[in-house]
Ligand binder design. Structure first.
Ligand code: SF4
Ligand code: SF4
Length: 208
């Protein structure tokens, strides 16, 4: 009896949910609009002349915590565009199956040669399908929308804001007024006391 009740309750839940709009989509035939900051997969880029930006410096391979980047470096040669000797890649692979999407490989690139994309790779049936070869990485430059985040822009963002230097206020030396000397007090001359008239008369009589 309990089994029948539970089955009816489950059927009721199914019927109720049949009328609700679906919240899932058939992936990868349909791909939702990604957020601006969504990052997955990678691309290698060329400069405006069509030359490979990667100079095979190995920085991304060395920093990768999952050790999924492997590259072979070609001998240095002169660039047909700038005429300067520079490094070139012979081979470059990035194994997405163990990538943790930390983006450190992008951040350390001195030439902004590697960036992440905003569209994932198509799911594959073999592990090799998720290994990005050099050809796939260069094809992604035009095949997939790229994120704005190049190494230069990321590093610019992480720089602490420049604080305007505050010059210490110049304090004017206090003006010291010369001490005003107090006028010398001149004691009024003590006036001789007037002689009494009787004394004056006696003095006059004594006089020869
Ligand atoms: S995102 Fe991180 S784990 Fe993935 S390849 Fe780059 S450095 Fe390695
Ligand atoms: S860090 Fe940049 S330039 Fe150096 S090997 Fe990696 S992708 Fe190439």
């Amino acid at each position: 009896m309990g089994y029948l009740t539970d089955s009816l309750r489950a059927l009721g839940t199914t019927l109720r949910n049949m009328r609700r709009p679906a919240t899932t989509i058939p992936f990868p035939q349909q791909i939702r609009e990604r957020e601006e900051r969504f990052r997955t997969s990678f691309a290698l880029l060329h400069d405006e002349n069509g030359e490979e930006l990667c100079v095979a410096c190995l920085a991304c391979e060395r920093i990768c915590p999952s050790e999924v980047i492997k590259m072979k470096v070609a001998p240095k040669r002169e660039s047909p565009f700038s005429g300067k000797r520079r490094g070139y890649l012979e081979d470059f692979t990035l194994d997405l199956t163990a990538c943790i999407y930390c983006e450190l490989c992008v951040q350390v690139c001195p030439t902004d040669a590697i960036v992440m994309t905003r569209v994932p790779e198509v799911p594959g049936f073999d592990r090799e399908d998720l290994v990005l070869t050099m050809d796939k990485l260069y094809a992604n430059e035009h095949a997939k929308p790229l994120t704005w985040a190049t190494a230069s822009k990321l590093n610019e963002m992480q720089e602490p804001p420049k604080v305007a230097k505050v010059e210490p206020a110049k304090t004017e030396p206090a003006k010291t007024e010369p001490a005003k000397s107090a006028p010398a007090k001149t004691e009024p001359a003590a006036a001789e006391p007037a002689k009494p008239a009787a004394v004056a008369e006696a003095v006059a009589q004594e006089a020869p």
